[in-house]
Design a protein around this ligand. Structure first.
Ligand code: ADP
Ligand code: ASP
Ligand code: MG
Length: 405
């Protein structure tokens, strides 16, 4: 029997009506002779609401008690989904992260999955019961509840699919992966298929339709993954396949445009010896758990002196500045906020270094200043003013022909 892990995101379980609709899709899968296993997110807005409550007491993402509170969001929706499936005439049972168990490791608020027990699921499936796993949560080796980072239910689903030898269907509020966020660019087109590498890069650069680590996991474990709409009627064909390597994707120069808001830039000016300074700077930032993104080292006016610049997520800025100010000899630290990152992603970029140059032209033509530019094998990212994000996405989307079929 084909096993299918069906993951439903926040909007897809956002109300009793949406949960009921999801059960129709699950029922249709069961009626086709498939063996559905469900994974759910918290109801839309719930995770932010709980984070706000924890914030009232000075706790943010990363506090162990915040994780305990957050996990309650998925506990509620898993139970409601099990009840709704029962109402639909199916046998169903909720499974919390600690019951599976989903064994986690790493920091609170951003844990990863070290192991996932399959016994409970196998027993339920053998009895014809649909298991409903609460996503985004697990327990660490000291039996404390942990969460997997924002969007982490995608990772729960990918890991469960890998453990049970299932396909992984990600039901969300759009009908697949688009050339860019369809909420920003209405001319965005749905891709029939996207390669793991491209999806990983799009997700890492901010396309939140899939959590980056879930794609990494699917790639490493060879889990077939598909993104599709939970708003469709049962049997309606739609979606995007995330595949190992897609010959069509390989032929495309650019596959998509991603963006991430809430970025900041840090500049360490007047470094006389960057070869010595840079390692200690990045070590200090790593210790403070600050993810450093785009890095540029540029010659300053004074010979032998360089400026070291990089971008960080805005939420990490204060932690980064504190860590840098504790370093000896850093007297001129500047920072800039209100920035965003826009990225062009495509497997075809491997062969085309000229795209970086044309990106400057496209953004300049839209009157957008590029503050920092960074390239990797299949992406080019530019740091720009936050206010210019939507214009930048649309300008690049059209310049690279993504609105053309
Ligand atoms: P869920 O709650 O189902 O996990 P998310 O909000 O995490 O859903 O992800 C779906 C959203 O991702 C869409 O509503 C869309 O606005 C956004 N998105 C960003 N980039 C893309 C893209 N390239 N393709 C499709 N959706 C995208
Ligand atoms: N509820 C969590 C979040 O909002 C996890 C998820 O939805 O995947 O980030
Ligand atoms: Mg999501």
């Amino acid at each position: 029997m084909t096993r299918v892990v069906a993951k439903f995101g926040g909007t897809s379980v956002g109300s009793p009506e949406r949960i009921r609709h999801a059960t129709k899709l699950i029922k249709a899968s069961a009626d086709k002779g498939e063996q559905p296993i469900v994974v759910v997110s918290a109801m839309a807005g719930e995770t932010d609401r709980i984070l706000g409550l924890a914030g009232e007491f000075g706790a943010g993402l990363g506090d162990v008690e915040t994780d305990v509170a957050l996990a309650a969001g998925e506990q509620v929706s898993a139970a409601l989904m099990a009840l709704a499936l029962r109402d639909e005439g199916l046998k169903a049972q909720s499974v919390m992260g600690w019951q599976a168990p989903v064994v986690t490791t790493g920091p609170a608020g951003a844990a990863s999955i070290a192991d996932l027990g399959t016994e409970a699921f196998e027993a339920l499936l053998a009895d014809g019961v649909v298991p409903v796993l609460a996503g985004y949560q697990g327990i660490d080796e000291t039996a404390r509840i942990q969460t997997l980072g924002r969007g982490g239910t995608d990772l729960s689903a990918a890991a469960l699919a890998a453990a049970l030898g299932a396909r992984c269907d990600i039901y969300t509020d759009v009908d697949g992966v688009y050339t860019t966020d369809p909420r920003i660019e209405p001319a965005a087109r749905r891709l029939d298929a996207v390669s793991h590498d491209e999806m990983l890069e799009l997700a890492a650069q901010g396309a939140k339709v899939l959590q980056p680590r879930s794609v990494e996991f699917a790639k490493a474990r060879g889990v077939p993954m598909r993104v599709l709409s939970s708003f469709a009627k049962p049997g309606e064909a739609n979606g995007t396949d995330v595949v190992a390597a897609d010959p069509i994707a390989e032929k495309r120069l650019v596959s998509g445009i991603a963006y991430a808001r809430e970025q900041a830039r840090i500049a360490l000016l007047g470094q006389a010896d960057t070869a010595r300074v840079a390692p200690s700077v990045f070590e200090a930032l790593a210790e403070a758990e600050v993810g450093v993104d785009m890095i540029v080292q540029a010659q300053a006016r004074t010979p032998g002196v360089a400026n070291l610049e990089f971008s960080v997520a805005h939420r990490d800025l204060q932690r980064a500045l504190d860590a840098l100010m504790a370093l000896p000899g850093q007297s001129d630290i500047r920072s800039e906020t209100g920035l965003a990152k826009v990225s062009v992603v495509g497997a075809g970029l491997r062969q085309r270094a000229d795209v970086a140059r044309s990106l400057f032209g496209v953004l300049a033509g839209a009157d957008i200043e590029v503050k920092v530019l960074a390239t990797s094998e299949i992406k080019i990212s530019a740091l720009i003013e936050n206010d210019a994000v939507e214009r930048a996405v649309r300008a690049l989307h059209s310049a690279y022909g993504l609105d053309q079929v």
